[in-house]
Design a protein around this ligand. Structure first.
Ligand code: BES
Ligand code: ZN
Length: 625
């Protein structure tokens, strides 16, 4: 039996023994079990989905997915309706236990889409929705063959987090509602399909029919699909990489340490529960660095630096197999529970694989990110760990607060109680809440009961309120020292005070040192000095996307025209929002560079994913029509 339904039945039996009316009891249990999520139309306290059977045909010519989604449901309140989320879906027919049933699409709400209200009876077991997607479905990116590396075949990939799963699958799109799934997907022959599933193919078949199974219950934001001329290369007994063929060897080299990371992660916080751990390197328009789709991390090619220097991204996405995918934030207001824990876990993996000095370097960068984010933040309330995203897009919560303030909070606890106790606590946390969700309040209660109350004076040191519900960086925030980073910052200060570029000692600098050096330079630098820096540090020709990004920010901000062809090339070839959105923003700051930005954007926009264009359209006041 599926773990979540087993848990559910246990809860209902418990509640039935407490109340006369089992269903009312179940409803109460459901109300307790599901945190109120304002980013879904679903009402899981009445009826929720537990398993999905998805049959889909991927039609590249029309940029459409035609599918039937059949859900097994659990009705906890004798409900006569079940509510799903949709956005831009064309619903064709809906069935309850095989018979057509009335349904209604609600009126569209900004970024939330439309509710799909399906009529059921208290005994309905299954609902089926026959539907198709629209070409502009936000989660989907359809690439023409010219937009791929191989240039022979088109490509499709999804990005569902936070609330875009509903643009390609009618679903209860709330992180608290988990489903297992089976899928049968038909794609053009010559293409391979992959999903966030524990059974994934490694080779194409002639019919283009692929079967998938995810046997662990996952929330809708972890539903994922990728279709293209994709190959596979194993890098360990449970690990491997997928990529377009031209990228495969490079990717396998870059991520050769995946298996080691997996072993280290298990050593730290217990067994990996998802079977295989593979990674797919997507085309450059993938809008994020990485996405922790279960069993199959989606990654940007901008981390394939050629020298394994950016593999902390793998540590991060792998860590989500515990923090996020196993123990999931109940709502997007609790997003820090996903990301803060993951940054902490990532850092521990890095420490175990590459050593303390490397990990401390990353930790200090995380602190710098946090300072920068807080400085630039418009709304002070957004510097709280626990967010209130009422009436806002959950995307607004995607800031360094969740990641880096979250990280420092956990590090502060670790340092206060000692690593041994903290590790034992975390292992217990992942076990206790495995395949469940947790909100901030539940976490705080658990933290007190299982850790802080057991350590004398711990609560005197750890001001939970200030960390979780307060603004900014609390007192007692751990101080991190990194010799290497300090040296880079020192050099930045020296340069600012007039030291000549060619005298800066960059021998054996890591890319992180370049990044921190560049980030600590003054906003305005003379053209001659920028040229001297480029000449000495070979910045324009750096193969490291992180270095290139900060360098090009300097180019844009200072209108250093010799760097503009590289800037244009970068904007045309990279779709990762973290890089391109800030660059367009800098360029939009004055009229001259704004003209340049708009020209480049006109060419680049068709290559970007909707997640990126939505942000940049606003920055450039772009009229999408
Ligand atoms: N889950 C996130 C990406 C995400 C968050 C997508 C919220 C949509 C909404 C992923 O794990 C992540 O954090 N990616 C980072 C890289 C990481 C190394 C910090 C990114 O994409 O930059
Ligand atoms: Zn993450």
């Amino acid at each position: 039996m599926k773990k979540n339904s087993a848990l559910w039945i246990l809860l209902c039996v418990l509640s039935a023994s407490m109340t006369v009316y089992a269903h009312d009891g179940c409803k109460k249990m459901a109300q307790m079990y599901f945190s109120k999520d304002k980013h879904t139309f679903a009402k899981p306290e009445e009826a929720f989905v537990t398993h999905l059977d998805w049959k889909a045909k991927i039609v590249f010519e029309e940029r459409v997915i035609k599918a039937v989604a059949t859900y097994t449901i659990k009705n906890v309140s004798n409900a006569t309706h079940i509510l799903l989320d949709t956005k831009d879906l064309i619903i064709e027919e809906v069935y309850a236990d095989g018979t057509p049933t009335p349904y209604q699409l609600g009126s569209p709400v900004d970024y939330l889409g439309q509710s799909l209200d399906i009529q059921i009876t208290p005994s309905t077991q299954k609902i089926s929705i026959r539907y198709r997607t629209k070409p502009e479905a936000e989660a989907l990116q359809w690439l023409t063959k010219e937009q791929t590396l191989g240039k022979q075949h088109p490509f499709l990939f999804t990005q569902s987090q936070a609330i875009l799963a509903r643009t390609w699958l009618p679903c209860q799109d709330s992180p608290g509602i988990r489903i297992t799934y089976d899928a049968n997907v038909n794609v053009p022959k010559d293409l391979l399909a992959l999903m966030s599933a524990n059974i994934n193919p490694t080779e194409k078949n002639f019919e283009g029919n692929y079967h998938f199974k995810q046997e662990k219950p996952i929330p809708a934001y972890l539903m994922a699909l990728s279709v293209g001329d994709i190959g596979f290369k194993s890098v360990g007994s449970r690990t491997g990489v997928y990529a377009e063929h031209g990228m495969l060897a490079k990717a396998a080299y870059e991520f050769a340490e995946m298996e080691k990371m997996l072993l280290v992660a298990e050593e730290l916080y217990g067994p990996y529960r998802w079977g295989r751990y593979d990674l797919i390197v997507l085309p450059p328009s993938f809008p994020f660095g990485g996405m922790e789709n279960p069993c199959l991390t989606f990654a940007t090619p901008t981390v394939v630096a050629g020298d394994r220097s950016l593999t902390s991204l793998v540590a991060h996405e792998l860590a989500h197999s515990w923090s996020g995918n196993l123990v999931t934030n109940a709502t997007w207001d609790d997003f820090w529970l996903n990301e803060g824990f993951t940054v902490y876990f990532e850092n521990r993996i890095i420490e175990a694989v590459y050593g303390k000095s490397y990990a401390e370097m990353l930790a200090l960068i995380s602190y710098q990110d946090l300072l920068e984010e807080i400085e630039g933040m418009e709304k002070k309330a957004d510097t709280k760990l626990k967010l209130d995203l009422t009436g806002r897009n959950p995307d607004d919560g995607l800031t360094a607060i969740a990641y880096d303030k979250g990280y420092y909070f956990l590090r502060h606890i670790e340092q206060t109680v000692g690593r041994e106790k903290f590790d034992a606590f975390l292992r217990g946390y992942f076990d206790k809440f495995a395949f469940q969700t947790i909100n901030t309040e539940q976490f705080v209660a658990h933290l007190r009961a299982e850790l802080l109350d057991k350590v004398p004076n711990a609560t005197n040191w750890i001001d939970i309120n200030a960390w979780v519900y307060g603004e900014g960086i609390p007192k007692n925030c751990p101080k991190v020292v990194s010799e290497k980073i300090n040296r880079a910052i020192e050099e930045a200060k020296a340069f600012t005070n007039g030291k000549k570029a060619h005298l800066i000692d960059i021998k054996s600098w890591s890319y992180q040192q370049y990044v921190l050096f560049l980030r600590n330079l003054p906003k305005k630098i003379s053209q001659e000095r920028i040229a001297a820096l480029d000449n000495h540090m070979k910045l324009s020709s750096s193969g490291n996307s992180e270095v290139l990004f900060v360098w090009l920010s300097i180019v844009a901000r200072n209108e250093y025209l010799s760097g503009f062809s590289k800037l244009e090339e970068f904007l045309l070839s990279v779709g990762r929002r973290k890089f391109i959105a800030p660059l367009y923003k800098l360029l939009a700051e004055n009229e001259r560079t704004l003209v340049f930005a708009k020209n480049v954007y006109a060419k680049a926009r068709p290559n970007y994913h909707a997640v990126a264009t939505q942000t940049i359209d606003q920055t450039l006041k772009w009229d999408a029509k």
